[in-house]
Design a protein around this ligand. Sequence first.
Ligand SMILES: Cc1ncc(COP(=O)(O)O)c(C=O)c1O
Length: 478
Amino acid sequence: MNVLETACRRAIAYRLSIGNRKVRPERSYAQMRLDFAEPLPENGSPDEAVIKQLADLGEAGLMQVVHPGFFGWVMGASSPVSVAADWLVSAWGQNAAMHHSSPTAAAVEETAAGWLTEILDLPRESAVGFVSGGTLASFTALAAARGELLRRIGWDCEAFGLFGAPPIHVFVGEDVHTSVLSSLRYLGFGAQRLIRVETDDQGRMRGEDLARSCASVCGQKLIIAQAGQINTGAFDPFLQLAEIAREVGAWLHVDGAFGLWARADPQLRAMTEGVEMADSWVVDGHKWLQVPFDSGYAIVRDAAALQSSMATRASYLPTQDMNDRVPSYLVPELSRRARGLPTWAALKSLGRAGVVRMVRRHCDLARQIAHDLGSVAGIRVMNDVVLNQIILRFGEDSDSVEARKSLATAVIDLLVDEGQIYVGGALWRGEWVMRISVISADITEKDAKAASQAIVSAWARISASLSEDERSTGLSGR
Ligand SMILES: Cc1ncc(COP(=O)(O)O)c(C=O)c1O
């Protein structure tokens, strides 16, 4: 058992060393491949030596996602309490498939499911499936949607699949998250036959265009909205979309992987108004709730529809009462780690008030960063900072789009290399922008100020390095 203590010691030492590390990995993927490349060992090694080698070699290739200077993608910071619960999950070796295989896992998951619908204020009768993340949560909820929409017109999708089935028209906003497209693909909807709905300058679906598109086709309809656009953090107009969905008898699904947490906060809640009228929702634990990775929730109002699409039965599996909450009847997997436990621990530790404080603080800090940077010559905040996402353009109107892309890339590369913070880039409305996602659990006002200063300093150096010629020729040489 010393091996568990070794792992625990190394994990704690790593977390304590975070402030002294660069945010980016010290060593690249190419270097790490070489470090780990070795033939399959013919003979084993002592357990402690194995873990020591993994930690000694592995730490150099870690992205410091738990660092308060990490602003990349949209990733939570694996809070200590939920990591500790996750350690128990692994050490206990429980399979969360059934009540019989782990009464503890089933019971804790059930409580956590109730807490989730309560804190997000979604219909309490909804079923919650604990899956590996937002992509699988969309897959799971949309499988329920597919089955139910076809069942309503007399087609048993679970029995006969999609071969010869009546069509379902799927509506997505132009700025839908790519993971939704993946889940639709896995479900046989096909990426090319989706109906794209126009969005506004923040990426919000235009209700009028959705209504028009819905009126242009006959048959069953599935509308996919989002709470928290990946770049801008914007929310779709749910009241309007829900009304359209009701009128045309559509299933309304909401991808709220990170943004739906705003609903917990009375000050931010207005942006989510009407979202409760949807039929299914996706939220991640491994984003704003700070649960370690492998944590997403598929929340479906019609629990029976979810069970019909997911339940697994076999003679060797104990019969379970459909009136009880059977964990594996709500997710694609049978065997599964007890994902509910870290979520339970995070919610128990934070409480409703702790979640609200954290989400609000992150949004306040995002506004502060946007405010600090928005007044700097040559930097433009490209979104309305309504949540925790900021996107920045670098360069002047007189520079070409290509030149501005070069500038943004140079600033991002410099910042990443220096390692005080980590930020990424993305294409937004034809413009290459820096993305800043404020989501790290422990980030303070001081960290946010330091991040703004780092960006200003990097921008000053990049812009000073341009010659007059480069500037006037649109930086074409860059
Ligand atoms: C809005 C949104 N939806 C879905 C996802 C996919 O979630 P996951 O990476 O947990 O599969 C993400 C991930 O960043 C996201 O931001």
